[in-house]
Design a protein around this ligand. Structure first.
Ligand SMILES: *[C@@H]1O[C@H](CO)[C@@H](O)[C@H](O)[C@H]1NC(C)=O
Ligand SMILES: *[C@@H]1O[C@H](CO)[C@@H](O)[C@H](O)[C@H]1NC(C)=O
Ligand SMILES: *[C@@H]1O[C@H](CO)[C@@H](O)[C@H](O)[C@H]1NC(C)=O
Ligand SMILES: *[C@@H]1O[C@H](CO)[C@@H](O)[C@H](O)[C@H]1NC(C)=O
Length: 486
C-alpha cells in the first residue's frame, strides 16, 4: 500500500537519536543529555535534517523492519509555529477493500499525541468516517465523554468512542496506541476468542458489523502533540513534535469469501476470484454466470467457510444464520411461502409448482383444500388433499357415490337408487324424505300414530286427528310432522 503524508511543513527537522531514560536500552550508542527535565523523555538531541540522508526521518521508516536499535522512525517538524496548530495527516491506502483481523497498533517515539483521530474510508478515500478519537481530555478536545472499548457491548459495538487510555503524555512508558479489533471481536467470540463460529455467524448475517471491520483506507489525524504539562513551553517549542516508529495494520483482502488467494501484482492487491465470481472483491457474477443472483460466501463452517452455493436461499431470503448447535447455516425468514434450511420446501398448506424453478416466486402453490371435505389444510406433492370419509377429489370437494354434499359429504338418507322414499314420499337433497301427512319414518315407511296406541291398524289411510300435537304432548306421546319447509 502507499502512504501519503500531509503536514504543514514539508521538511523534516527532527531528532536523530531516540533516547529514553524509561526504555534505557534504546540509548546505547551515543551519549545522551536530557536537556529539559520535564520534556519529551524519548528525545534528547536534535541532530535531524530531512535533506541529509543519515539524519532524515522519512515516512517509510514507519513501515520498515522493526527490532533495530536504535529504532528507526518518522518524525514531523517541530511546533515552531505555535500557537498555530501542529497537524499532520497520515493516510494509508490499499486501493482494495481490506478486512481487519487484528488490532491496529501505532508505536510512537515521541509522547503519544494529546489529540488524535483515527479515520477510515470504505470508498477509496472519497468519504471518511471517524473510527476512534484519542485525547488526554475527550470532553475538552472533542466534546465526547471518555469511554473505553470495555464499556461497550454486543449491542453498542459499532459506537464510535473517544478514549483517554492512550494519551497519558509522558507519564507512562507506553508508546503504543491501539485500535482494538480483538476486544470488539470478543463481544461475540468470548474473551479468548474461542467461539469464533459465533463471531462469524454474526458477521455472516450483519452487514453493518462486517463493514465496521472493513476499510479501503485509514487516516491518522495528528491534531496536537504531547505537551506533558498544562502549558506549552514556548521557549522550547522544538520539544513538541510527532514521531512514529511503526504502524501495524493486520487484515486480509475482502474477497467476499470467493477467493482463497489475494495477490500483490503491479503494486496492486487483487483477489483471485473463484465460484464464477469476478470484480476486485469478487463482488459480482462473471458474465454468462448470472443465472443466480450473486451472494457473498459464508465464513462458516469454520475454518474454511463456504462459497454459499449450498446455502443458497433460492432468492426467497437474503439472510442466513449460523446455528451453533448444529454447526450449520440456515436461511432466515423464507418468503414466497417457502420454508426449510435453504427455503427449498413449500410451507404447509402449499405444494411445489412442478413447472417452476426453485427460485421462482411462484414455486409454491396454495393447496386450497376444501375446509369441510378435508382432514387438514395440507396437501401432498401434487396438490392432493387428504379427504374425510365419503369425500373425494384433489381438493376434497366432491362426494363418493352414496354420499351427498351437506356441509361436507354425508351418507345419503334417501336417493333414487337403493334408498327410495316410500308411500309417495319424495327425497329432498338426499338428506330426508318428505312424507305425505299420514306417513312418517326415515323413508316414510311408517303409518303416522302407529305407536300412539289410539290409532286403529290401517289408520295410515286416515287423516291425522285434529289438534294431535297438543293432545299427544299432554299424553307424552310422540307425534311427528316431518315436513320442513324452507
Ligand atoms: C487532514 O485531513 C482533513 C480532512 O480532509 C483536512 O481537513 C485537514 O486539513 C488535513 N490536515 C492536513 C494537515 O493536511
Ligand atoms: C462455475 O462454472 C462452471 C462452468 O459452468 C461450473 O462447472 C462450476 O460448477 C461453477 N462453479 C460454481 C461454484 O458454481
Ligand atoms: C407455476 O409456475 C409457472 C412458471 O413460473 C407459472 O407460469 C404458473 O402460473 C405457476 N402456476 C401456478 C398455479 O401458480
Ligand atoms: C398425491 O396423492 C394422489 C392421490 O392419492 C396420488 O395419485 C399422487 O401420486 C400423490 N402425489 C405424490 C407426489 O405423492
Amino acid at each position: 500500500f502507499w502512504v501519503a503524508l500531509n503536514s504543514q511543513q514539508s521538511s523534516y527537522l527532527c531528532v536523530h537519536q531516540p533516547c529514553s531514560p524509561l526504555v534505557s536500552n534504546q540509548c546505547v550508542d551515543e551519549p545522551c543529555v536530557v536537556l529539559l527535565p520535564q520534556g519529551n523523555p524519548y528525545m534528547c538531541n536534535n541532530e535531524c535534517d530531512a535533506s541529509t540522508p543519515e539524519l532524515a526521518h522519512p515516512p517509510e521508516l514507519m513501515f520498515d523492519f522493526e527490532g533495530r536499535h536504535p529504532s528507526t522512525f518518522w518524525q514531523s517538524a517541530t511546533w515552531k509555529e505555535y500557537p498555530k496548530p501542529l497537524q499532520v495527516n497520515i493516510t494509508l491506502s490499499w486501493s482494495k477493500t481490506i478486512e481487519l483481523t487484528d488490532n491496529i497498533v501505532i508505536t510512537f517515539e515521541s509522547g503519544r499525541p494529546d489529540q488524535m483521530i483515527l479515520e477510515k474510508s470504505l470508498d477509496y478515500g472519497r468519504t471518511w468516517q471517524p473510527y476512534q478519537y484519542y485525547a488526554t481530555d475527550c470532553l475538552d478536545a472533542f466534546h465526547m465523554d471518555p469511554k473505553s472499548v470495555k464499556d461497550l457491548s454486543q449491542h453498542t459495538v459499532l459506537e464510535i468512542i473517544c478514549t483517554e487510555e492512550y494519551s497519558t503524555g509522558y507519564t507512562t512508558n507506553s508508546k503504543i496506541i491501539h485500535f482494538e479489533i480483538k476486544d470488539r471481536f470478543a463481544f461475540f467470540a468470548g474473551p479468548r476468542l474461542r467461539n469464533m463460529a459465533s463471531l462469524y455467524g454474526q458477521l455472516d448475517t450483519t452487514k453493518k458489523l462486517r463493514d465496521f471491520f472493513t476499510v479501503t483506507d485509514l487516516r491518522i489525524r495528528l491534531l496536537r502533540p504531547a505537551v506533558g504539562e498544562i502549558f506549552v513551553d514556548e521557549l522550547h517549542l522544538a520539544r513538541y513534535f510527532y514521531a512514529i516508529s511503526d504502524i501495524k495494520v493486520r487484515g486480509r483482502c475482502k474477497c467476499n469469501l470467493h477467493a482463497t488467494v489475494c495477490v500483490y501484482d503491479n503494486s496492486k492487491l487483487s483477489c483471485e476470484c473463484e465460484h464464477n465470481t469476478t470484480g476486485p472483491d469478487c463482488g459480482k457474477c462473471k458474465k454468462n454466470y448470472q443465472g443466480r443472483p450473486w451472494s457473498p460466501g459464508s465464513y462458516l463452517p469454520i475454518p474454511k467457510g463456504t462459497a454459499n452455493t449450498y446455502c443458497e436461499c433460492f432468492g426467497h431470503s437474503n439472510r442466513c444464520s449460523y446455528i451453533d448447535l448444529l454447526n450449520t447455516v440456515i436461511c432466515v425468514s423464507c418468503k414466497h411461502n417457502t420454508r426449510g434450511q435453504h427455503c427449498e420446501l413449500c410451507r404447509l398448506g402449499f405444494f411445489r409448482n412442478a413447472s417452476a424453478q426453485l427460485d421462482d416466486e411462484n414455486v409454491c402453490i396454495e393447496c386450497y383444500c376444501n375446509p369441510l371435505g378435508s382432514i387438514h389444510d395440507r396437501c401432498n406433492g401434487s396438490g392432493f388433499c387428504e379427504c374425510k370419509t365419503g369425500t373425494t377429489g384433489p381438493k376434497c370437494d366432491e362426494c363418493l357415490p352414496g354420499n351427498s354434499w351437506h356441509y361436507g359429504c354425508q351418507p345419503n338418507v334417501c336417493d333414487n337408487e337403493l334408498l327410495h322414499c316410500q308411500n309417495g314420499g319424495t327425497c329432498h337433497n338426499n338428506a330426508r324424505c318428505l312424507c305425505p301427512a299420514a306417513y312418517t319414518g326415515i323413508l316414510c315407511e311408517k303409518p303416522r300414530c302407529q305407536e300412539a296406541g289410539g290409532c286403529a291398524s290401517g289408520a295410515g289411510q286416515r287423516a291425522p286427528p285434529r289438534g294431535c300435537p297438543a293432545l299427544l304432548l299432554l299424553g307424552k306421546k310422540m307425534c311427528i310432522y316431518p315436513f320442513v319447509f324452507k
